[in-house]
Write a new protein. Structure first.
Lengths: 557, 331
């Protein structure tokens, strides 16, 4: 079978293997090494090693899946973390040691599969092997005697017909006193096994290189905003190694509205979101606009990309004016949700137009409520009683240093607090549509109402929402799926198709009668072997019986 | 009383009946031991000698002989037992109540009853028993009744006491057909792995006993003599485990497809993904071990046991205590 020599079905290797071998020489050593690498034992060892090596990555946060967790880990374990980092514990699945295990495993796999494939291709064309001299030692050994008058050659010929019907490949062997049929079936078992292992290699290759050809990018859109699929329009963009940005298909995507519904009937789950739907319009370049939707678990596929809904929240529209009433800032600012009831945190930076640079740190409560100690919180994620509070700082926003700063963070250390919880002037507090003066006569700030015409007390549309989208392109996903299907298909055939040999032998006895012998041999797991032998014997006997009664003239008693 | 409360009532009744089934099966094991004792007294020595002979011959004759039905190759034949039949009837009754509990929970929640830890525990254990009962119709594995009813009782106990949550609508992240497919197939695979684990475990005990046969040290677990040989147990375990493995392979793939739809990548080494992968690799190792000279027998059985330990770890520990995207245990 050209399986590794330590496969359970292989003949044991000649003794003295490895221990008292004569000088191997360089080529001999290489060959010995290769045989070791492609042995079943090594494959097993590497598989178990792979399983063990995968464990640490679940105990320690990984940069690839949980970068914030890694930062936190460094903060919590300042002594241990750098040591762990040295051994690539935060990048386990890209680490040198993890990679070398699976690469070795796959080298072993290829070294194992190639000779087996060659061998199997030959076996597919070869005749079943010669019938063993003694069947009695084989599985399911059964004997019958042929009906009187049946000769050995005919008996074997009819066995052949039966076996052929059972999709066995059959070879006949004639001897002086005995005739036999040697049959084999289940070549698909080995084919399936080889497909399975080869598809694993395919999977590794495609997964390994696939990500290099794609990209992923993120973009936040407030209701009403439009995004053009070009490099500059992304908030962040991670191209694969081989990605070329001329491949971007410049379609436009508009977030028309963002619908959220919350559970209100079931008190056990009150306020739990039950649906998020981003209603969008997609316009291919030079094509007609089409409506679409992006939901959790239901990405929008367009222009060679998949658009995923990643997150959402409120984007209060804030306008800042100077003392003369000239607008120096107006925008819908995405506020980052801090809890399940969407208490949200947002930053406004006003670098120009006022007497000082001004920074605002805002808290937004979609349904404002107050604890007994007087601090605010949100008690429901929808817009029941929206309140915006703003801490006001003046001073250097740090925008001119040339150091890129996050739009979601404000360094207040170097700024003067004008209105905060600890300063004389308390934070500004606004409901949609309200305006307040900034301290020190700097100007005014307005929390715009997005639906000024709504009935009093109806705030449901007063604050726009934003959605953050993850946009991916991976041209190799189809291949991954194909190989996965081959893996599964190969597995099913290799585990469930029985590969077996059956033999039927007809031996002429001294008294002229014919003794029939049946036996089988399993190649790999074959729980049905014995019953297959018996079933063959039974059907063969029945067939012989029938033809004997047809052919043979009835002899007078 | 609303549907969910009925479901809970039904579940607790099922647990009570599982406990009774456990007792009946345990009594059966005790009876097996005393049956062995009485069989040994008159013709003990001859019996053991023939077993030793069969074991020695096993290496040549049995290697290729794997019969479709369980070979009745127990060292001491064991007749009918009332407690065994009572045990089976009770476990079927408990299974019925358990099924009702799961169905009522599903109706109460207006969705499939496997969307948080409590429900995984309920449906997962239901599938373990279902697999056991289905296998029973083909092969006499009733001697595993204590294990199955005991395991299910423990898991249900933990699930109902530690993980109970009220009915809640599915969060958007779980609203997917892949929840139905992926989680169901994973639980079904777990059912097969559980049975494979039990068989491998008994196989190890049996192998130890068989080694002792002929020596002067008889083992203490007498009932083992009424169970199939280690060789037969190993073949049964293998057949059950490979079905589990195929289902697990499918779980892995279905999970990847879902991850692609939900998170935009089919594989990201999230903790739950890591453990699903580890389990898959351990069982691939088990299958290899069975085909590797020097590893068939007890060594490969250990891998099946480690594999199932990893499955339980993945369900009980990773879901609850590890941080990751799969944070939907509902706790
Ligand atoms: C990525 C690593 C590997 C994995 C995940 C893997 C997995 C599997 C699985 C699941 C099976 C059982 C299904 C089937 O027969 O198709 C199997 C069988 C087999 N594998 Fe692998 N394998 C790997 C590497 C290797 C290597 C390196 C070798 C060669 C040394 C090898 C040789 C075999 C053989 C000979 C069988 C047939 C076993 C039998 O006769 O029952 N495999 N493998």
């Amino acid at each position: 079978m050209s399986r590794p020599s330590d496969h359970i079905d292989s003949a044991p290797a000649p003794s003295g293997d490895g221990i008292s071998q004569p000088k191997l020489g360089f080529v001999g050593t290489l060959r010995w090494f290769w045989r070791q690498l492609t042995s079943m034992r090594t494959a097993l060892f590497l598989l178990l090693l792979l399983a063990i090596a995968a464990v640490p990555g679940s105990l320690v946060p990984q940069r690839s899946s949980d970068p914030n967790g890694v930062t936190q880990y460094f903060a919590d374990n300042p002594d241990l973390a750098p040591i762990l980092d040295k051994i690539q514990a935060f990048d386990v699945y890209a680490s040198a040691w993890f990679s070398s295990i699976y690469l070795l495993l796959f080298v072993s796999l290829i070294g194992c599969v190639i000779p087996r494939t060659k061998h199997h291709l030959q076996a597919l064309r070869a005749k079943p092997p010669k019938t063993p001299a003694r069947l009695a030692r084989l599985a399911g050994f059964t004997t019958r005697s042929a009906p009187a008058g049946t000769d050995a050659a005919t008996a074997v010929a009819s066995a052949r017909t039966l076996l052929k019907q059972g999709r066995y490949r059959v070879a006949l062997f004639d001897g002086p006193k005995e005739f036999s049929a040697s049959a084999e079936r289940g070549y698909m078992r080995e084919t399936g096994n080889l497909v399975f292992h080869s598809a694993l290699v395919g999977l590794l290759v495609v997964v390994g290189f696939g990500s290099g050809f794609g990209f992923s990018g993120q973009r936040v859109l407030v209701e009403g905003q439009t995004f053009v699929n070009t490099l500059l329009a992304y908030d962040s963009f991670n191209p694969g190694r081989f990605f070329n940005d001329t491949e971007l298909d410049p379609y436009t995507l508009t977030l028309d509205d963002f619908e959220v519904s919350y559970e209100t009937a079931n008190l056990e789950a009150f306020g739990q979101p039950v649906d998020f739907t981003a209603g969008v319009t997609v316009t291919p370049r030079g094509g007609d606009a089409k409506d679409g939707a992006v939901r959790v678990n239901d990405p929008l596929r367009t222009g060679g990309t998949s658009v995923y809904l990643l997150g959402n929240g409120y984007a209060p529209t804030i306008t800042v004016k100077d003392p003369e009433g000239t607008v120096v800032f107006t925008d819908s600012v995405p506020f980052l949700p801090q809890d399940a009831n969407l208490t949200s945190l947002g930053i406004v930076k006003v670098p120009d137009g006022l007497a000082d640079q001004v920074g605002l740190v805002g808290f937004f409560y979609p349904t404002q409520d107050e604890t007994t100690t007087g601090s605010y919180f949100s008690s429901f994620p929808d817009l029941e009683y929206p309140v915006l509070t703003l801490n006001v700082y003046a001073g250097d926003l740090g925008l001119d240093d040339g150091v890129p700063t996050s739009v979601y963070a404000l360094d207040t250390d170097t700024m003067e607090p004008l209105a905060t919880r600890t300063s004389d002037i308390k934070p500004l507090e606004l409901k949609p549509g309200e305006t307040q003066e900034l301290p020190n006569g700097l100007g005014s700030v307005t929390f715009e109402n997005a639906s000024p015409d709504a009935a009093a007390g109806d705030y449901s549309d007063s604050v726009p929402r934003f959605a953050s989208f993850d946009i991916h392109h991976d041209p190799t996903q189809g291949w991954v799926l194909l190989f996965a299907v081959l893996v599964l298909g190969g597995l099913l055939t290799s585990l469930f198709v029985p590969r077996r040999r059956l033999w039927v032998k007809a031996v002429e006895q001294a008294d002229g009668s014919v003794r029939l012998e049946y036996a089988g041999l399993a190649r790999g797991e074959d729980p049905g072997l014995e019953s297959a032998v018996t079933a063959l014997a039974d059907r063969h006997a029945a067939l012989l019986e029938r033809s004997a009664s047809v052919v043979k003239p009835v002899e007078p008693a | 009383m609303n549907l969910n409360e009925l479901s809970i009532l039904s579940l607790y009744s099922a647990m009570a009946v599982y406990a009774l089934a456990f007792i009946a099966f345990a009594i059966d094991l005790a009876k097996r031991s005393s049956a062995v004792d009485s069989a040994e007294r008159p013709a003990g020595a001859a019996d053991e000698a023939s077993v030793a002979g069969a074991v020695a011959a096993g290496s040549t004759t049995t290697l290729t002989r794997i019969s479709a039905r369980i070979a009745n190759d127990a060292a001491t034949p064991y007749g009918r037992s009332a407690s065994l039949r009572v045990g089976v009837s009770l476990i079927v009754l408990a299974w019925g109540l358990h099924l009702v509990a799961a169905v009522l929970r599903g109706i109460a929640a207006e969705r499939v009853p496997w969307a948080n830890m409590y429900e995984f525990a309920m449906t997962g254990t239901l599938l373990i028993v279902t697999v056991f009962l289905i296998v029973l119709t083909r092969t006499d594995l009733r001697f595993l009744g204590t294990f199955v009813s005991g395991l299910v009782l423990i898991l249900l106990g933990i699930g109902a006491l530690q993980y109970y949550v009220e009915v809640a609508p599915l969060p958007p992240a779980l609203q997917s057909v892949w929840l139905v497919i992926h989680v169901f197939v994973a639980s079904l695979g777990t059912g097969f792995f559980a049975l494979g684990f039990a068989l491998s475990f008994v196989q190890l005990l049996q192998a130890r006993r068989e080694e002792r046969v002929g020596t002067a040290k008889p083992g203490r677990l007498k009932f083992l003599q009424t169970l199939p040989s280690a060789f037969t147990l190993e073949n049964l375990a293998y057949r059950v485990n490979i079905i589990g493995f195929i289902l697990w392979t499918f779980t892995l793939m279905a999970g990847s497809i879902w991850a692609e739809r939900a998170w935009g990548r089919y594989w990201g080494w999230d903790t739950k993904e890591v453990w699903t992968f580890i389990i898959w690799v351990i069982y691939a190792g088990y299958i290899h071990a069975r085909a590797t000279r020097g590893w068939r027998g007890s060594r490969s059985a250990w891998l099946a046991i480690i594999g199932f330990a990893a499955v339980m770890f993945n369900f009980g520990i990773v879901n609850v205590f590890f941080k990751g995207l799969h944070a939907y245990s509902g706790l």
